[in-house]
Design a protein. Structure first.
Length: 488
């Protein structure tokens, strides 16, 4: 049985009140670990340690030392990639292939930010000859990092790499449903000779996250998760006007025009919606298909869906694992029922698969709801499970208006062979990422984040490092003289 602890001020320790939480396998509901469940009091200790570390010698580290640190972390991720991938699949239910991909992306993220940090240099500004004017980048301070359960270590990496690279200290709080890979990652950190308090792990629930958001000793909170928690973090952050980064949910249209390569579009419609059982913030769950090909397209999907192999993520033939929790399972089924009640047509799925192996665990069939209209709840709200809702559109203008008519703005895709149309749609869609003739790719070099209610700020890319820095104008007068403004 795996047992996890907190990591505060360079020490492994139990929560003050000895709290633990059983971590459950989504595949069979067995208990796979006992995780330390911290309270606000533990979070306060971690914040104080991070504060002391930030105000101490850590501030004097050079960009070369921090770049070397990130590269070293990437090496340790590579060394333990297989172990980490197993833990991620065990805890989230995703297939081992998906988890292995995550681990490769995580190491790449650390290497990308290592390169970026190493290339940092302040700017010297034009100024009178007796003045040295420089623009300096400095760390923000103590960073509270709060991550969700769908991509536990990947989301953590997007925050930890730039935060440490820029010279901050961190307190990370993973979701209390999926702490295992962040815990193992912390064991890797403990192998390094980081000063005490630079990196702290506090596993626990919403109250620990709320303490990070409220604490006057935390200078920045970077949060990935749902809108409900995001809103309370934004409000709490006003206590000291701390910096916030919010990566929230999405309702992401996947728009297929009649002139698209339909073989590719059908295939990617499945990947867009069912990758990690649809528990992806950028999942292309809102399928929009041009009227003239709509019926044929739905027919081709209906033929593919029963062939998707649902199963334990550790089995080689599995294409889709379970959803992560009982709560998520029930919520998704509730959304499907709401859609049917509003008039959507259930083409496939909408239930637990038949068979003894699916009796325990949080299993769902890949689901297709057709004849959805833009006003329905299932076309507006994030479902976050293996469900495609399919809408019909008659013109480019109608598709654009319907796609943009959402409070969210995380990701969208367009399928067409017409480059002019592809360009027009890419420009007019109000989303942080727009793919054309593809779905899901992202790179450490490209920014990630949402328009509108999908969040504030960006992760990855140059801006993903800048978010963890303060800009300072340093002005040094080398030859001060009385200026006489108020006379002698
Ligand atoms: P969640 O909001 O329930 O929890 C996210 C994290 O916040 C967890 O660590 C949780 O313990 C913590 N938390 C909960 N309430 C809090 C509070 N009041 N104050 C501080 N912390 C609090 O989200 P989830 O269910 O874990 O994740 C799913 C959501 O995350 C989906 O909406 C998904 O779209 C979103 N997400 C977005 C991105 C992105 O890049 N935009 C990536 C992954 C997931």
């Amino acid at each position: 049985m795996i047992k996890t602890q907190l990591y505060i001020d360079g020490q492994w320790q139990s929560p003050i009140d000895q709290g633990t939480r059983a971590i459950v396998s989504p595949a069979d509901e067995s208990v796979i670990a006992q995780a330390a469940e911290a309270t606000r009091a533990d979070a306060r200790l971690a914040i104080a340690a991070a504060r002391r570390a930030f105000d101490g010698p850590w501030r004097q580290t050079t960009i070369r030392e921090r770049a070397r640190l990130l590269n070293k972390i990437a090496e340790l991720i590579d060394r333990d990639a297989e172990k980490l991938a197993h833990l991620e699949s065990l805890n989230t239910g995703k297939t081992l292939t998906e988890s292995r991909t995550d681990m490769g992306d995580i190491a790449a993220t650390f290497r990308y930010f290592a390169g970026l940090v190493a290339s940092e240099s302040g700017a010297v500004n034009e100024a009178p000859h007796h003045v040295i004017s420089r623009t300096l980048r400095e760390p923000v301070g103590v960073c509270g990092l709060i991550t969700p359960w769908n991509y536990p270590l990947l989301q953590a990496a997007w925050k930890i790499a730039p935060a440490l690279g820029a010279g901050n200290t961190v307190v990370i709080k993973p979701s209390n449903l999926t702490p295992l890979t962040t815990h193992h990652f912390t064991q890797l950190i403990a192998e390094l000779d980081l000063p005490q308090g630079v990196f702290n792990l506090v596993t626990g629930g919403a109250e620990v996250g709320a303490e990070l958001a409220e604490s006057l000793d935390v200078d920045l909170v970077s949060f990935t998760g749902g809108a409900f928690a995001g809103e309370s973090i934004m409000k709490a952050a006003t206590g000291n006007f701390k910096r916030i980064g919010l990566e929230l949910g999405g309702k992401n249209p996947n728009i297929v025009f009649a002139d698209a390569d339909l073989d590719a579009a059908v295939d990617y419609a499945l990947n867009a919606a069912f990758f990690h059982a649809g528990q992806v913030c950028s999942a292309g769950s809102r399928l929009m298909v041009e009227d003239s090909i709509y019926d044929a397209f739905i027919g081709r999907l209906a033929e593919r869906l029963p062939r998707i192999v649902i199963g334990n993520g550790f089995h080689g033939e599995t294409q889709m694992g379970p959803v992560q929790s009982a709560q998520q399972h029930d919520k998704i089924l509730g959304m499907v029922q709401a859609g049917i009640a509003e008039g959507a047509r259930l083409v496939h799925g909408g239930k637990r698969p038949a068979g003894d192996v699916y009796k325990k665990g949080y299993w769902l069939e890949p689901t297709l709801l057709a004849d959805v209209t833009a006003g329905m709840k299932i076309a507006k709200e994030e479902i976050f499970g293996p469900v495609i809702t399919a809408e019909r559109f008659r013109s480019e203008d109608e598709a654009l208006r319907a796609a943009n008519d959402t409070p969210y703005g995380l990701a969208a895709a367009v399928w067409t062979r017409d480059l002019d149309k592809a360009n027009r749609m890419s420009r007019a869609l109000r989303f942080g990422t727009v793919w054309v003739n593809d779905y899901h790719p992202y790179f450490p070099e490209a920014p990630w984040g949402g328009y509108k209610s999908s969040g504030i700020g960006r992760e990855l890319a140059r801006i993903g490092l800048d978010e963890y820095t303060e800009l300072k104008h340093s002005y040094i007068n080398l030859a001060p003289k009385a200026m006489g403004w108020f006379g002698a």
